[in-house]
Design a protein around this ligand. Structure first.
Ligand code: SF4
Length: 295
């Protein structure tokens, strides 16, 4: 039975310089995209009661709350379903959070990345550290009590990463995801390598520093990149980690159902034409399953 679902929202206002995710700066396509997504969900979702729903991107917070409502109305829910929406700090307003809360979103994930404004500019983010801190406060004021922030370590230039760790743990959030900067082939940085990147050893040191610092602040590492206060481990992440089935809906989304891993078309042209057809399908072999279980 498949009780987790991921929905991909492939729109962004601009492209961050380290980003290799599939996202497009074509907001005018939002309406046709939502219609295609709903077609896909209606044709493949088997009405199970979901335990987790994750709306990620891209930038899902570019969607107005009525569009998000349209999507989440398509599903049945277990009574404690974890429903996460990724929000970019620059999109956050009190009004927006109130609406998200009212329509049933109960977990917010935001990309802080760093609290150093100079580095945020260098990596092409649109927000600044004040906006992140304010966004967290607004979400808390509205009533969200399950908030996650993303932090990147190993960013270019010399900056005070320890300060980032101190700041993020001072915000009284429940969950932190940390990622080492990787220069991926499809990113701007791949052909325009930034100055002062830490080498692999330094990056490994930063990872270890992250683990030990977050542990001292009450965040337990429950998966390679994820840390949570007790009881706030993301059930959606754990579903992936434990190799359980999940639906993947939307352009470029990946899913895993009935021993089949699949991925969807990656361009608007292809996806809008074929929302119900996967681009790639791979039957998972017994050997692959055993490997996942034991290694
Ligand atoms: S990092 Fe996130 S916000 Fe930036 S371009 Fe990529 S998907 Fe969009």
């Amino acid at each position: 039975m498949t009780t987790s679902a991921y929905i991909h929202i492939p729109f962004c206002k601009s492209k961050c310089k380290y980003c290799s995710f599939i996202s497009y700066i074509e907001e005018e396509k939002v309406d046709s995209y939502i219609n295609a997504l709903i077609k896909e969900i209606k044709s493949r979702y088997n009405k199970e009661k979901l335990k987790t729903l994750y709306i990620g991107g891209g930038t899902p917070s570019l969607l107005k709350p009525n569009k998000i409502t349209k999507l989440i109305k398509e599903f049945n829910y277990d009574k404690d379903c974890e429903i996460t929406l990724e929000v970019n700090p620059e999109d956050a307003t009190l009004e927006y959070f109130k609406k998200l809360y009212d329509i049933g979103i109960n977990r917010i994930s935001m990309g802080a990345q760093t609290f150093d404004d100079n580095i945020l500019k260098i990596i092409g983010r649109r927000h600044n550290s004040k906006q992140t801190i304010k966004a967290v406060e607004m979400a808390q004021n509205v009533g969200f009590n399950n908030i996650s922030l993303d932090l990147i370590y190993g960013l270019p230039e010399n900056y005070d990463y320890k300060k980032d760790l101190k700041t993020i743990t001072s915000l009284n959030i429940q969950h932190i995801s940390t990622y080492g900067l990787k220069i991926e082939e499809n990113s701007f940085f791949y052909n325009n390598l930034p100055q002062n990147l830490p080498n692999d050893d330094k990056q490994a040191d930063l990872y270890l520093e992250t683990i030990s610092y977050l542990e001292t602040k009450g965040y337990t590492q429950y998966e390679i990149s994820n840390f949570a206060q007790k009881g706030y481990e993301s059930r959606h992440n754990l579903n992936y980690w434990n190799n359980k089935y999940y639906y993947g809906f939307g352009l470029a989304a990946h899913g895993y159902e009935n021993e089949i891993r699949y991925s969807n078309y990656e361009t608007f042209e292809e996806y809008l034409k074929n929302p119900n057809t996967h681009k790639n399908i791979h039957s998972v072999t017994i050997q692959e399953n055993l490997k996942k279980k034991y290694f």
